[in-house]
Write a protein that binds this ligand. Structure first.
Ligand code: IMP
Length: 198
C-alpha cells in the first residue's frame, strides 16, 4: 500500500485542525482549507459518518488531493443524544461556546434537577479519508464521560471545559493538551486509519 505523503485536512475549525495535525506524522505535507480560502460545505448529513464523508469528498475534489475530514460532537444521554451532530450549530454563527454551554446546562436542568451528581455523555468522532479516484475509508472513535456541573479550564476548544472523561477528575480543558489528545475520540478514530500514513 502506498503511504499518504500529502493531504488536505477537511476542516475550517482551527481547534480541530491543530489537533488533527498533531495526530499526523510530522513529515506529511498538510493543506488547510482556511489558508486556501475554501469555505466549508453544508453539513446536510444525518450522522457523523455522512457529514464526515460530505466534507472529505468536497475538500478532496476542490484541490484534487487526498482529504482527511472529521465530524464530531458531544452526545448527552439525558438530552437523548443532543447536541450530537448539531454540536457546532449550538454555538451559533459566531461560534459562541459560552452560549452553547449555557444551553447545555439549561436543557439538562429542565430535564433533571440533580443531573450534577450523575450523568453520562460521550464525544464521538468519525473520520473519513477520501482519495481523488473516489476510494474512501472511514472510522469512528468515542470517549465516555460526564458533564461537569461547572465550566473549568482554559485549554482546548468547544465543549472541552464541561467534559470530564471517565477515570479522570479534570475536564478536557483542564488537561494538558497532550494527554487529551492521547485518549480522546479523535485519537481513537485516527488509530484505526493510521495504517494509511505510517
Ligand atoms: P463539526 O464536526 O465541524 O460539525 O463540529 C463539531 C463540534 O463538536 C465542534 O465545533 C465542537 O463544538 C464539538 N467538538 C468536537 N470535538 C470536540 C473536542 O474534542 N472538544 C470539544 N468540543 C468538540
Amino acid at each position: 500500500m502506498n503511504k499518504i505523503t500529502e493531504i488536505i485536512i477537511g476542516t475550517n475549525n482551527q481547534g480541530k485542525y491543530k489537533e488533527i495535525c498533531d495526530l499526523l506524522p510530522g513529515n506529511i505535507k498538510k493543506y488547510s482549507p482556511k489558508e486556501l480560502n475554501i469555505p466549508s460545505p453544508e453539513e446536510s448529513g444525518k450522522s457523523f459518518k455522512e457529514n464526515s464523508f460530505i466534507k472529505a469528498s468536497y475538500f478532496s475534489k476542490k484541490i484534487n488531493k487526498i482529504c482527511l475530514s472529521d465530524d464530531s460532537g458531544l452526545e448527552i444521554d439525558l438530552l437523548k443524544g443532543k447536541p450530537g451532530i448539531y454540536s457546532s450549530r449550538w454555538a451559533g454563527e459566531k461560534n459562541n461556546f459560552d452560549l452553547a454551554i449555557r444551553k447545555v446546562f439549561m436543557e439538562m436542568d429542565s430535564v433533571k434537577k440533580n443531573w450534577k451528581n450523575e450523568n453520562k455523555a460521550r464525544f464521538i468522532c468519525n473520520m473519513t479519508l477520501y482519495w481523488p479516484d473516489g476510494k474512501t475509508f472511514s472510522s469512528e472513535g468515542h470517549i465516555e464521560g460526564k458533564i461537569s456541573a461547572i465550566k473549568k479550564g482554559e485549554n482546548g476548544f468547544g465543549y472541552d471545559p464541561i467534559f470530564i472523561p471517565n477515570g479522570y477528575n479534570k475536564t478536557f480543558a483542564e488537561m494538558e493538551p497532550k494527554l487529551k489528545m492521547s485518549i480522546d475520540h479523535r485519537f481513537n478514530a485516527f488509530f484505526k486509519l493510521k495504517k494509511f500514513f505510517i
